[in-house]
Design a protein around this ligand. Structure first.
Ligand code: IVH
Length: 719
């Protein structure tokens, strides 16, 4: 790991999981203080930063979202009372980049995806990234009909009444506007209005607010719109959702149209083509930042032409055609008071530095991940030095910590002059602090190098692993069982009474039946559970007796099988029976099942091995078969675009494609509901062969697989 790598993008899965766990605990603690005792320990800004950090990590690792995730809980305001609105088109987030180099990579990736030479022919817009709240405003027949917050990106809160009080937002559109228009942008509070509000609060002897973003959020969440009205919120339009008829064909053009429709748009937006001009503009905006009357935290770049945006499309949560270039990190000095070890679901031992609290860029930092044993020593993931020799991190050391945006703090370096004489090298544990099993660093079979992660070998014996496994099982993208959060899982796992104990996933589904014994051990008579909440819990459990196949596969907690891979597997095998049979057969790596598994585009050998290893373990087979006595996995859904002629078909692209890049071809085929495979087999339905196609074309002919060229492909899909 390099020293600038402080972005969410750079977190390993293990780090991310460990951090999400800590965030869940910390936020629950602060919630309790705030709501229960009205005695918060941290400022709103700090709280907000923790929450946002949690969201960012979850956006990057959706498979790690915990059942007790703070993002699933209602925040400071009683937001449950706002109605939910499902966005006509999802509200996505942006990828972040931090250096000039990253910006070059982003721009090259755009050219590469489109199969163009980097010749400055593609224009990008560059505009400030406003630090506010994103909002979707829906107009039908020229009238504002609803306004929704981003929420989880799919559904947000209906805050229409409050939005109507914002003077800058038009209630009606000109008569030439399309019948349906969703204008999206950022609601924010001007710095001057924020300061004035705080002066007034102070004068009235009331508690002052911490920052404009938070105050804007709080102001929008008021049930009484007159309060929102008094807060003078503002808006910048920069994006859109559903539109019945596009009024322009570039990003820049769209924003000009918004301006014509009387929406405020940001005056610093420019259309630029060269990387130099883009970086100059970034620096320029950085220089202007202190004088702007609103907070910004970076510059957003977007491909200008909308047809190119369409071709580039989206990754799971963010567009390929845009990125946010964040302003640099902030640093501070503090001391390492202790180093703790956390054990995750896969047994990874993650060291965490407990720091003397220090404010970095307005946020109090108390913990920093130390990633793994090498990181403590000053060695990066590829074996490179990331700090000078001797600069290993020790308890008692004074260190430099860094935060970039709201990402997790990193320990950058050690101040050697301040190292106490007594400070000793940190002895990385050789046994698991939770279960006492040996903790080892595995050796990568191919490279022969030691893995950077130290793992507990206790498996199911290790309480930490077993508990984390259960928490994963009930988490949002797995079985999603409401009411079974981290605390409840801890309780049931520890429970000794057989009527209450949950040690493995199937036990969740037998809990209700096991309640017939003594009233003393009945769940509803136990402190913290009431009759109503117990009924709700059973209902939530029973609701999941039928479950989507990909959720089941994801819930199994197979190493390297995240949500995306689980979906791929579900789509490829269709039913759980077909999947598990194939995985058992694939244990023989000379079998057809093994080669089929490896043919799935997006499944590499590491993942394939992890899956067959899972199915070789009798204990796993036993747990799954007990689980299947309780739940019924639903067969994978039909492909999204079932009307397309390639929906459900397995397609292979080969040879040099001339009209589209390989990535683009793959994205296009998948959008149309096809599966894209990397090699030809009996299961291939169509081979698209460009010039120079060789062995794959031959094999397809041998097997009698239909083949076509690029033109044929476009004719077939009607493009
Ligand atoms: S474009 C598909 N432009 O940043 C992406 N977003 O990290 C649409 N934001 O949720 C977003 N200023 O709330 C865009 N000029 C800008 C922005 C901006 C702030 C926020 C927005 C979004 C978040 C993504």
């Amino acid at each position: 790991m390099s020293t600038e790598s402080v972005a969410v993008e750079d977190l390993t899965l293990e780090d991310a999981a460990a951090e999400l766990e800590r965030l869940a605990k910390a936020l629950a603690h602060h919630d309790a203080l705030y709501h229960g005792k009205d005695a918060p320990e941290i400022s709103d800004a700090e709280y907000d930063a923790l929450k946002r950090r949690n969201e960012e990590i979850e956006a990057r690792f959706p498979e790690l979202i915990r059942a007790d995730s703070p993002s699933r809980k209602v925040g400071a305001a009683p937001s449950a009372i706002f109605q939910q609105i499902t966005h006509a088109r999802p509200m996505l987030s942006l990828d972040n980049v931090f250096s000039d180099e990253d910006v070059r990579d982003f721009i090259s990736s755009v050219y590469r995806f489109l199969g163009l030479l980097p010749d400055n022919s593609i224009a990008f817009t560059a505009e400030p990234k406003i630090d506010g709240l994103s909002m979707s405003l829906r107009y039908e027949n020229g009238r504002l009909v609803s306004a929704a917050t981003r929420g989880d990106g799919t559904t947000g809160e209906n805050v229409t009444a409050n939005i109507r009080t914002i003077k800058e937002i038009p209630q009606t559109l000109p008569s030439d506007a399309p019948a349906v228009v969703e204008v999206r942008g950022e609601v924010y509070m001007a710095k001057s209005d924020f300061l004035a509000l705080n002066e007034q609060m102070a004068a009235e002897g009331k508690q002052t607010y911490v920052n404009p973003r938070n105050t804007a959020a709080g102001s929008l969440r008021q049930l009484d719109p007159t309060i929102t009205a008094s807060r003078k919120l503002k808006f910048f339009a920069y994006a859109w959702g559903e539109i019945s008829e596009m009024p322009a064909d570039t990003q820049f053009g769209m924003v000009e149209v918004f301006k014509r429709w009387s929406f405020p748009v940001n005056p610093l937006m420019q259309r630029l083509s060269s990387i130099e001009a883009i970086l100059d503009h970034y620096n320029d905006i950085g220089l202007k930042r202190p004088d702007l009357n609103y907070d910004i935290d970076g510059v957003v770049y977007k491909v200008d032409r909308l047809d190119l945006q369409q071709r580039l499309g989206f990754r799971s949560r963010s567009p390929r055609w845009a990125t946010a270039h964040k302003f640099p990190a902030e640093q501070a000095f503090t001391t390492v008071e202790n180093i703790d070890i956390q054990v995750g679901r896969t047994g990874a031992l993650t060291p965490v530095a407990r720091l003397t609290p220090v404010t970095v860029g307005g946020v109090v930092v108390t913990n920093a991940t130390l990633h793994n044993a090498d990181y403590i020593e000053g060695i990066g993931n590829s074996g490179e030095r990331i700090r000078e020799e001797e600069h290993d991190i020790r308890i008692g050391d004074t260190v430099i910590v860094q935060r970039a945006g709201d990402v997790i703090p990193q320990v950058l370096d050690v101040v050697m002059e301040k190292r106490p004489a007594t400070a000793e090298r940190y002895p990385f544990p050789k046994i698991c602090p939770v279960c006492g099993s040996h903790a080892v660093r595995e050796r990568n079979e191919k490279s022969g190098k030691l893995d950077s992660v130290t793992r507990c070998t206790g498996g199911f014996v290790c309480r930490a692993q077993a508990v984390e496994h259960l928490k994963h099982f009930v988490s949002r993208n797995a079985f999603d069982i409401e009411g079974l959060g981290s605390k409840q899982i801890d309780f049931f796992f520890e429970a000794e009474d057989p009527a209450l104990s949950i040690k493995t996933a199937p036990d969740i589904f037998t809990l209700e039946k096991r309640q017939s014994g003594s009233p003393l051990t009945k769940l509803e008579n136990i402190d913290g559970f009431g009759k109503v909440s117990v009924r709700k819990l059973y209902d939530a459990i029973n609701d999941r007796r039928q479950v989507a196949l990909h959720r089941l596969i994801y819930a199994l907690g197979i190493r390297h099988v995240g949500e995306t891979t689980a979906k791929l597997l579900a789509r490829s095998y269709g039913s759980y029976a077909a999947f598990s049979e194939a995985m058992k057969a694939a244990a023989d790596t000379s079998s057809e099942a093994w080669s089929d598994l490896n043919t799935i585009d997006g499944i590499g050998e590491v993942v394939a091995r992890a899956i067959i290893e899972f199915y070789k373990e009798p204990r796993n087979i036993d747990v799954v078969s007990r689980l299947l006595e309780q739940v019924t996995p639903l067969d994978a859904e039909a492909p999204v675009s079932s009307s397309s002629p390639v929906a459900g078909k397995t397609v292979v692209f080969t040879g040099s494609l001339e009209k589209m890049t390989r990535d683009e071809a793959k994205a296009m085929a998948e959008r149309l509901g096809a599966k894209v495979a990397g090699s030809v087999s009996k299961k291939t339905d169509l081979l698209v062969a460009g010039p120079g196609a060789g062995s794959k074309l031959e094999k397809a002919r041998e097997l009698g697989v239909e083949t076509t060229d690029e033109d044929g492909w476009f004719v077939l899909i009607g493009g």
